[in-house]
Design a protein around this ligand. Sequence first.
Ligand code: ACO
Length: 401
Amino acid sequence: CIDIAPLYKDTGHFTYDPGFGSTASTKSAITYIDGDQGVLMYRGYPIEQLAEKSSFLEVSYLLLNGELPNKSQFATFENDITHHTMIHESLKRFFEGFHHDAHPMAMLAASVASLSAFYHDDLDVDNAEDRKLAAIRLIAKMPTIAAACYRYSVDWPFRYPRNNLEYVDRFLHMMFEVPSEPLTLSPVAAKALDLLFILHADHEQNASTSTVRLVGSTGANPYASIAAGITALWGPAHGGANEAVLKMLEEIGTPDKVETAVKRAKDKNDNFRLMGFGHRVYKNFDPRAKIIREMCHKVLAELGVNDPLLDVAMKLEEAALKDDYFVERKLYPNVDFYSGIIYKALGIPTEMFTVMFAIARTAGWIAHWIEQHETPGSRIGRPRQLYVGSDKRDYTPMDKR
Ligand code: ACO
């Protein structure tokens, strides 16, 4: 063990904060969270009000511009988004290079990164108009790319966006429409999806948004920055949790096995965790979970879904909410516990869950990327480390080791 203090004598004040639990990496005017009180606001508007009264596209406008749009501003924004839903024909061919069982998140990350190769014209990150165009393109094209990822994985032909439909309906049609059968969607499906998109649109400096900002701080283009955010989102401790929830429910299998699962989650010698429970910031009920919990029960009732895994989920929620281990550590079900259940009820395959999250979070990521570029004096992100390796030593030739 070496004394590291002399190595840092020239760095001035130095903070060691693993996991960035108490380090603000930036100032931001986009999203406010009070984890102890369970408060979430976008640009000052409580999430509960936006969830009840707004739509995902309106929320996207709000995140990007700081104010709610009036009628004509919204019409222009919606029109711009609709105008940019298509993807380049060459990008369509890009999919054919992927292996058939490729994970949709892998295809999504690669396709979004590749947008930088298709849109050379808006790569001047210092130009406000270019930044705005990139934001529109990303929000517009994400559902088209996401649906293409899914369709490729199930060997269905690519479907062009139907621009006479609204954002969420358009996405659902691109996902599920097959040539021989007209698609009938329950209104509750579009409503639930729009709500999930609103709730997932931003969440201040989480791992993926911080990644977008860190990559963006180097001057990288928006598509590369958002692609990095997508890969950060993929992990099971972050956006991948909704997929992990379903896998966990399948592993538990039946409601009578819930008790054993809860016991295992409490055992420190077992690395099994209840996926969809706990949150780094919320030490109270996740306000998004409260809203989506209600929608979850509505979706299950209205669609008349009868799936044994959903019974497991409901039993697990009940068991954890009254278990001292979870109560004392304030481990409440988070938004991803319910989002996975809703996606499953809507017939969205498990591998697509994190992709759904990525569609919504694109609005927040690009709002942060823009804010970063609009902030004078932004610096490249460059965390330091505490070196704990070997002290200085001399090289030994291989035959002497
Ligand atoms: N199941 C069982 N125990 C848990 C769980 C869980 N899901 N989450 C936390 N704990 C326990 C820890 O073992 C620890 O116990 P200890 O104090 O006895 O050592 C205590 O609760 C605190 O946990 P930490 O890991 O320190 O909490 P942290 O804030 O670092 O982690 C996280 C938060 C990653 C979300 C964690 O709760 C977790 O892994 N949850 C499951 C994954 C998940 O749902 N992620 C989605 C997050 S939401 C989102 O990204 C949109």
